[in-house]
Every structure is written in structure tokens, then in C-alpha cells.
Design a protein around this ligand. Sequence first.
Ligand code: IVH
Length: 668
Amino acid sequence: MSTEQIYQRIKSLREQLNHHNYQYYVLSQPTISDYEFDALLKELTDLEAQYPEFDDPNSPTKRVGSDISKEFNQVKHRFPMLSLANTYTEEEVLDFEDRVLKALTTEPEYVCELKYDGVAIGLTYKNGKLVQAVTRGDGTIGDDVTANVRTIKSIPLVLHGNYPDDFEIRGEIFMPRNVFEDLNREREEDGDTPFANPRNAASGTLKLLNSTVVAKRKLDCFLYYVLGDNLPFDNHYQNLVAAKDWGFKVSEHVKLCTTSKQVMDYIHYWDDARKKLPFDTDGVVIKVNSYQHQNALGLTAKTPRWAIAYKFKPERVSTTLLSVDFQVGRTGAVTPVANLKPVKLAGTVVKRASLHNADQVELLDIRIGDSVFVEKGGEIIPKIVGVDSLQRTLFSTPFVFPENCPECGTQLVRPEGEARHFCPNQIGCPPQIKGRIEHYISRKALNIDGLGEETVALLFDNKLIKDPSDLYTLTKEQLLNLERFAEKSADNAIRSIENSKQVPFPKVLYGIGIRYVGETTARKLAMHFGNIDSIATAKMDDLLEVDEVGERIAQSIIDFFSNPLNVDFISKLKGFGVKLEISSSEQQVKSDKLKGLSIVISGTFSKISRDDLKELIQQHGGKNVGSVSASTSMLVAGDKIGPAKLDKANKLGVKIVSEDEFFELIKD
Ligand code: IVH
């Protein structure tokens, strides 16, 4: 292919992929299979890698993000980002309408919208291309989060149709409930604190420095406000409908109302119907439609006079606290769970609610037999928000956090700085053992299919397995003796267990289940140290050199390997041939140009991400270390390098090279 033909192909692939993204993420009407989509994406990714001269930040391949770590730049909003006055009663809505009527000479139209519960974002498009995405910040200045926003599939990078050449569109970035639930499940499995609600998860995600992680979190975005000097229509509603044609995700629930009754009907309808939506809303927004009317009404210091928010009341019911269970998880963490007299709340029957930890229980002074208030606000899991102390009877009994594990009787411990209690009986406590085995076989770890939670329980109860390494001793006959298995399913399970010996080391390390070592950390540790023995013998300082490993994780690793039972477990895995080191293809030794050198990197880099740079150092035989000391051989200095580090390097006479000079060093 000639260069021109290649460029045309790249262009055509980008257009096709943009179109299919729109069909899938905005319209929810895909017209090709995931497989076909992936094939197009791969072709484009390969071509772009081969022909970097045709690179484009708005290419659909950029949706995967990059881990080039940049603190966010602060950007001034072209139009200040106002917020909305809140109302909580219908009366206040009527008052708003009265004020509007009084200020205008003609009857207004209203646009009613849902109030999405997420993070506000302003997107600037120039000549049909996304150029900047800025958070609300203080309303005047916000954070430039463009790199992260580019990964959100429902936000178009390139527009279609008849869009203005320079405009801003605002909307709300949110995390759909099912994505939030999956994310929290994963976080709990990894020993990370779960997010309280989808809004916090969305805002936490948007502020991550590594956009590859953002890309995986499946954020979504509704757009609700177009701003600019050359908009096609003189009213909010028509511009919003037009924005849909340019490729934006505009909610289908936006309604143009001409009477106050229609506004009230909208509020009443959504007060209940919102519970069935797959995302969180916390109210309804009512906006005066015509720009002429909006201008006539004007603004207050913080909010427009032409719009208000009507906030839904979080649903709250009272019920009786019957008892409290204490659940023990894989890591031994004990969570109190309230058993409630079943009660209908927000469309579902609630029987259980999490009480989180002992502090929470103490704070609320909850007693068994109490009449408690249960709320389902932004949170998915209902929570007990208080006790109706007026209803407290003589029969309510304070409950004390158990001193011993409810499953195995071992005395619980509460590490300093931890709100949770833990059962330290790692080897003898059944839910911990089963939890570890379930984690080991899970998809992101050793990916052993053909076994599930119930099978693990069955195998454990029949004393066939007591730690994950016992899986490798299972025979087909043993499985066939269990009622769940037939010839074919037993074959499948055995094959899948055998295949897991080929699973790469980073996934095995994750599967081993060291507290706080999630998927990413496991990969970083594996790449840094190369094999399990080096991790097992690493000292605190060595561990801290690994990107994203802080003292909490490092201590957890040290604790893990100082337990002889774990050492024994690892040695059994080794004996069965499970991969406990990086294979040479993963290691990709490229040269020994940096052999014996201890290299510190600092700052941000324009051509390569920090992680890739570290990997490159290793691939060329060097060792990446965290801080400058007398034994440091070289400092690779990027942009915005900390002055202290630079100073120290200078004082110690450490060689300082730029990003470009570093590439020169390792060039063939
Ligand atoms: S319009 C000047 N429409 O609510 C008008 N805001 O409390 C600005 N929000 O900062 C906002 N859904 O983050 C508008 N349909 C909607 C909305 C909405 C959610 C958020 C937005 C805003 C906050 C105001």
C-alpha cells in the first residue's frame, strides 16, 4: 500500500470504529459483533503503531488510555460552571414557577430532565473534535481531565452532522450501578476499601492519574447543556436534540413541558420510576427553555434563576433489627450484617443491611430488637442510618462485637489503624480457606473454570482440598464420587486445573491472595522482581521501590512470607509446576546496555509512560530504584521533576539524563 492508501485506510477504520462506538455506547444498538469490532480495532492499532506519523489523539484506539502520569492542569472555564438551587418540596417548585412568570412577559416553556448523580464535566469541541474536558472545580477553575475522559466510550471524540465549530457541552459522568457493584466486589476481594456509592466511584475514577485504569472502569456520560456563541437554535431543548445528532448521549427522558401540571407529572412519575433506571439520579432539573427567557431571568452569584433542582427524598423506612451475623471473608475480615424484619424499600424487599464495622455499630448505638431506620439513598446496599430511640423497649439488648471468630472460635484481632476486626486463623477458618480457593480459581487469577463456589465448598467439606495447591492432587475418580460431577464435567475440571499451570506468573501472584495485592500490584511486583523467591526475600526498602507499592502493601507481603504455612503453600505450588517466575518472553531481554546500573526515574515523560520506562530499564539489564542515593548510577529526568530530587542528584554527583538522552543510550 502507498502512504496515501495507508492514511486512507486508517481514516476509514477510525470512521467505522467511531460509528460503531456510537451505535453501541450511545444508541445501545450495535450493528456488528464484538469480534468484528475487535478485529477493526486491532487493524487500526497495528497500523498506527507502524505509522506513528498518522497519530491522532482522537483516534478510537486512544480509548484504552495511557499510564503517562500527569498531575492535572488547572484550567479556567470559558463559561463559569454554575450549580443549581435545590428544592425539596412541590411548593418550592411552584414558587420557582411564580418567580419566573413574574419576571417574563410571555409564558415560558420548561424542560424537565433527570438529575444524574455523578460528576459534572465540561467538554470543549473545536471543528468537531474533542479538545478539552474539565471538571467543575470551584466553578471558575477546574481540572483538565481530558486524557481520562477520552476513555469514556459514550463521549464522542469526533462529531458528525451539523455541529457548531466551537462550543462547549456539559454533562454528568457517572458509573452505572452494575459496573459499580462489580468494581466494589473486586475491591473487596483485593482487600481495598469499597466505594460508598456510584458517585464516589465515578469521581474517584475520573481523578486517577493512570487513564488505562480509567478505561477499564466503564464510566458513562449524559450531556445536558450546550454553550457557545454559534448554537443552531435559540432554546435549550432544540440544541439538546441537535447534540444527540452530533453523537452525544442525551437522555431520552428529557421532556419539553408547556404547563405547570406537566412539570409536576414528570416529578411524580420519576420519583418512583427512577428506581428502575440502571444509574443513580437524585432529583429532577427544571429549566426554562428559551434563551431569551433565560437571559431575562439572569443569574445569582452561584446559580441561574432560570433553573432549579427538585431533589428526591431518599427513601427511608423503619423496621426491627432481629439479629446480627458476623461474616468472615477471604482475608479474615469480619463484617457485621444486620438481619432485619423484611420491609419494602425503594422497590425491593430488604432483609439485610451492612453495618460495616464496630465503629459504626458503636456510633449508632444499635441494639438488637431496636426499631431502626433503613435508607437507600445513593447507595446500593441499604444502610441503617439511625435508631428510633423513642421506640426502644426494655427488651432491646446491646450487642457486643464478638471477641472470637464466629466461624472457628479464634480470638479476633484489630490491627492498629484498621476499622475492621480480623480472624487470624488463616489455615483453620473455613470461610477464609474457601474464600482463598475461590479467589485462586477466579477468572483474573488462575482462571480454573469447571469449579465454582459450591464445588469448592463440597471439595472442602469432603476434606479433598484445604488450600489451593490441593487442587493439583485431585483425581477424576475423586470428583466422580461427588454428586455434582459427571464424566464430562470431571474431565473439564481436571483439564482446567492442569491448564492453570501455564497461567503466567503475574496472575498466579494475584491468585495467591496476599492481602492488598490486587491485580495491578501483582503484575508490577512480578515484573519488578521476576520470581516468587525474590519477592519472598525482599526487604521493605526493596518492595517500596515498586511502583504503587506503599508501606501497607509492603508490610502485608513481608507478613505473608514470614508465615511458614505460606512458605509451605508456595513450595507446594512450585512442586506442582505452577509458574512462579516471569518467562523469558515476558521478560524480553533486549540488551545489557544498562547492566549493573541503578536508575532512578523522576517527573513526567512525553514519549513513554513511567511504567513502560521502568520496564525498558529492566529489559536492558538495569535496575529501577525509587530514590536517589550515593549508589544511584543515573537519574532519568522528565518534566516537572521535583527540585529536591534534582538537588540531591547534583550533590551526590549522580549522572542526570533527559528522556531523549536515555533513548540514545539504549539505541541499537
Ligand atoms: S444543568 C446552570 N442538568 O447537578 C445549569 N445539571 O446541582 C447547570 N446535574 O453541577 C446544570 N443532572 O453536576 C443540569 N440534567 C441536569 C443535571 C445536572 C445533574 C448536576 C450538575 C450540576 C449539579 C447542580
